[in-house]
Write a protein that binds this ligand. Structure first.
Ligand SMILES: [Fe+2]
Length: 176
């Protein structure tokens, strides 16, 4: 059972994670169109991770006795000024997601919903990593992306990122 305020925020978070996925897929498409294959790959992997996040929230609501009620997912931007804008927007977006997760945590704490507080622990740690990755991508672009050779090397580096499904998803799909 859930307090209604917490249940509503958890449902909104499923949609917010789907929006994150859409945003990163849209960025991946723009990067692919502009022949930054490595950057495009990095954001494609990021898209898959965000879909996992959405499904973790979805399964948690079901497993913990809540009702899933999904809202509309907003359309992502489709045009970007360049790689720098994409990297800045992705960092801003992760900071926003962190604030959403903190807001759910605050609402859950307020009504003594300790199972949700505990559930969110993984996401709080995950957001530290997400913000760090986004900020590193931006910083490395600023440091080394200024000339064609440096940019090519960054692009090649990001081409190596491989998607692995988080064990957290299997845990909640299994009915934690
Ligand atoms: Fe996420």
């Amino acid at each position: 059972m859930f307090d209604k305020s917490v249940e509503k925020l958890l449902n909104e978070q499923v949609v917010a994670e789907m929006y994150s996925a859409n945003l990163y897929l849209s960025m991946s498409a723009w990067l692919d169109d502009h022949n930054y294959d490595g950057y495009s790959n990095w954001f494609y992997v990021q898209y898959k991770e965000e879909m996992d996040h959405a499904l973790i929230f979805y399964n948690y609501i079901r497993n913990a006795g809540g009702t899933v009620k999904l809202g509309a997912v907003d359309a992502p931007p489709v045009d970007f000024a360049g790689i720098k804008e994409i990297l800045e927007k992705s960092l801003e977006h992760e900071q926003l997601v962190t604030s959403l997760i903190y807001a759910i945590n605050a609402a859950a704490s307020k009504v003594n919903d300790y199972k949700t507080v505990q559930f969110l622990d993984w996401f709080i740690k995950e957001q530290v990593e997400e913000e760090d990755n986004a900020s590193t991508n931006l910083g490395r672009f600023e440091n080394f992306g200024g000339d064609a050779k440096g940019l090519l090397s960054l692009d090649q580096e990001l081409a190596a990122r491989v998607y692995t499904q988080t064990t957290q998803l299997a845990l909640y799909e299994g009915g934690a």
